[in-house]
Design a protein around this ligand. Structure first.
Ligand code: CDP
Length: 217
């Protein structure tokens, strides 16, 4: 094995199952995991806590510069208002630049003893880690993603309505795919996994085969 960390890049739209897959792949292969969405969510939460406007570039950039590891496990990050604001701050090029070093540093120096890292987000294979060893793009039909997010919200005790959840996912997908800087794209060298008809175990097995082949070289 080379000394360079082994990197798995996972991108995909909201609630596609990429986070669950990233966490389970990391466990299975002894890799560290960074959910890069938490960086944008933490930026958004800081802006909202200051009663500032997520669309204000000065407030959003200042917040992005304050993000550190200690903010990434706050349960408030999972709030749908925070997710909405995250997609607004994420369209700001200076916010993305401010968060890029954190992500690249994690990939270059995964916490010991991990021999590499799994990063999931929207622009990992395209911008953050373009030389990743494995690139996956995890997607599913919007209706299925909305049902999954609804179940997650309900399981955490949040009352939510299917049509609102679907509308919010579609709003974020459109913003994330349409922005000028680092839009969500399928990298040309990514393997697309459509999880519409697959459960989490089936997705894990499919992705594990791809990772195992890449590790074997
Ligand atoms: O969990 P979910 O898929 O709903 O969202 P997330 O991955 O936590 O990301 C929240 C928002 O952050 C997204 O809608 C994007 O606007 C932004 N994001 C991004 O722009 N780039 C990333 N690498 C990760 C997230």
């Amino acid at each position: 094995m080379t000394s360079r960390p082994f990197i798995v890049a996972i991108d995909g739209p909201a609630a596609s199952g990429k986070g669950t897959l990233a966490r389970r792949l990391a466990e299975r292969f002894g890799l560290a995991h960074l959910d890069t969405g938490t960086l944008y969510r933490a930026t958004a939460l800081l802006v909202l806590e200051d009663n500032a406007d997520p669309a204000d570039p000065v407030a959003a950039t200042a917040a992005a510069r304050r993000v550190d590891q200690s903010l990434l496990s706050d349960p408030l990050l999972r709030d749908e208002r925070v997710a909405h604001a995250a997609s607004v701050v994420a369209a700001n090029p200076e916010v993305r630049q401010a968060l890029l070093d954190f992500q690249r540093n994690f990939a270059a120096h995964p916490p010991v003893p991990a021999r590499g890292a799994v990063l999931d987000g929207r622009d990992i294979g395209s911008v953050v880690c373009p030389a990743a060893d494995v690139k996956l793009f995890v997607t599913a039909d919007p209706e299925v993603r909305a049902l999954r997010r609804l179940a997650e919200l309900q399981a955490s005790g949040v009352a939510a309505i299917y049509s609102d959840v679907l509308q919010e996912l579609e709003y974020r997908d459109t913003r994330d795919a349409g922005r000028g800087t680092a839009p969500m794209v399928v990298p040309p060298d990514a393997v697309v996994i459509n999880t519409t008809a697959l459960d989490a175990d089936a997705v894990l097995e499919r992705a594990s085969d791809i990772v195992s082949r890449a590790i074997a070289g």
